[in-house]
Design a protein around this ligand. Structure first.
Ligand SMILES: Nc1ncnc2c1ncn2[C@@H]1O[C@H](COP(=O)(O)OP(=O)(O)O)[C@@H](O)[C@H]1O
Ligand SMILES: [Mg+2]
Length: 331
């Protein structure tokens, strides 16, 4: 496998002492979808901005398709596509006009540009809205336009910084379809950042969890989950004494949560192996269970394990902010 991106102790310190990223070492293989997962302020955009030559690192090195991001930055820029976190399209132009503008930026001959624009707009199903003003686009349509803006120069590598930020869950999963299609049909390596677990889980071949400017772990989502071992068995019991009894179950590696709502959470090596014994334990003690739920480890637990925090709290915070912003826009 060829490393299309390789960084060596990449570090960015803003304003003298804000350590945005510290000693980032990543290796990205050609053709893969690589995800950088982390909460707000983790250093995702800083990393992307350095790799796309918009920002210079304080120290460390990085090579993109063999080119040094500092010495060979024009060459890097030529072969990459970038979809930054913030929206870039001009609202007073149509979708098609926006793409034309960007194609001129890359000196793509007019006819060739027109051909590509038609294809790209079709790819994200904006062909019928090509001649509408971007200000009339929905949030999802705008993000789709941004997505293909990054493809106008037929890049080898596409960087997507939070491609679905602020979109609702349904629109978000529609975007994933387009990202997958791009990867399958256009032969590009994709680097995306997100703080949505489902997003990296659905899209990325490998992910790095980044927090406070440092990479904590890198692996495939499946591997990260199976490394965690242990399934969670959630047992709901109304009565406090019964819950206390459940907590004494000898097969549990760990016992968590204990309330009337959530019940008792038992961590076990394998829920498949443990269930018969657990059922016996329950019936011998006459414990009245109102519900049993089994959770195999998800990326939630992986994230919690490595960062000590729950990324969903961040998601809730985001949707609150988005709501407030939308309200402001409407007023
Ligand atoms: N231009 C800047 N000047 C000073 N600090 C910054 C600047 N940009 C980002 N930071 C800080 O660097 C850290 C990482 O930010 P960023 O890379 O934007 O994180 P993310 O994209 O993961 O949300 C944060 O603490 C942020 O406040
Ligand atoms: Mg960011």
């Amino acid at each position: 496998m060829v490393n299309i991106i390789r960084t060596e102790n990449l570090t960015k310190i803003y304003g003298g002492n804000i350590r945005a990223i510290e000693n980032i070492n990543i290796e990205i293989e050609e053709g893969e979808v690589y995800g950088l997962l982390g909460p707000n302020g983790a250093g995702k955009s800083t990393t992307i901005n350095i790799l796309t030559t918009r920002l210079s690192p304080t120290s460390g090195k990085a090579k993109v398709a063999g080119y040094d991001i500092i010495r060979d930055s024009p060459k890097v820029r030529k072969i990459i596509g970038v979809v930054p976190q913030d929206l870039t399209a001009d609202e007073d132009l149509t979708g098609s006009e926006n793409l034309k503008l960007v194609s001129r930026f890359y000196d793509i001959p007019r006819l060739k540009a027109q051909e590509r624009i038609t294809k790209l707009l079709e790819l994200v199903e904006l062909d019928e809205s090509a001649n509408r003003y971007v200000r009339q686009y929905s949030g999802g349509m705008r993000k789709r336009l941004e997505l293909v803006t990054g493809l106008i120069n037929e890049p080898k590598i596409l960087f997507l910084d939070e491609p679905t930020l602020g979109l609702d869950v349904q629109t978000r999963s529609q975007m994933w379809k387009y990202v997958r299609e791009i990867q399958e049909t256009l032969n590009v390596t994709i680097i995306l950042t997100s703080h949505y677990l489902e997003e990296v889980d659905a899209l990325a071949d490998r992910i790095s969890i980044i927090d406070h400017g440092k990479i904590l772990v890198t692996d495939s989502p499946a591997q990260l989950k199976s490394n965690l071992k242990g399934d969670m068995i959630q047992l709901a019991a109304k009565n406090r004494e019964e819950r206390d009894l459940l907590k004494t179950y000898p097969g549990a590696l760990e016992v968590k949560n204990d309330s009337e709502e959530t019940g008792v959470l038992l961590k076990v090596n394998s829920s498949d192996d443990e269930l018969p014994g657990l059922m016996k334990f329950i019936s011998e003690r006459n414990i009245g269970i109102t519900r049993i739920t089994i959770h195999k480890p998800s990326l939630d637990e992986v994230f919690l394990e490595y960062t000590g925090r729950d990324i969903r709290e961040q998601e809730a915070e985001d949707s609150r902010k988005t709501m407030i912003n939308m309200r402001r826009l409407r007023n």
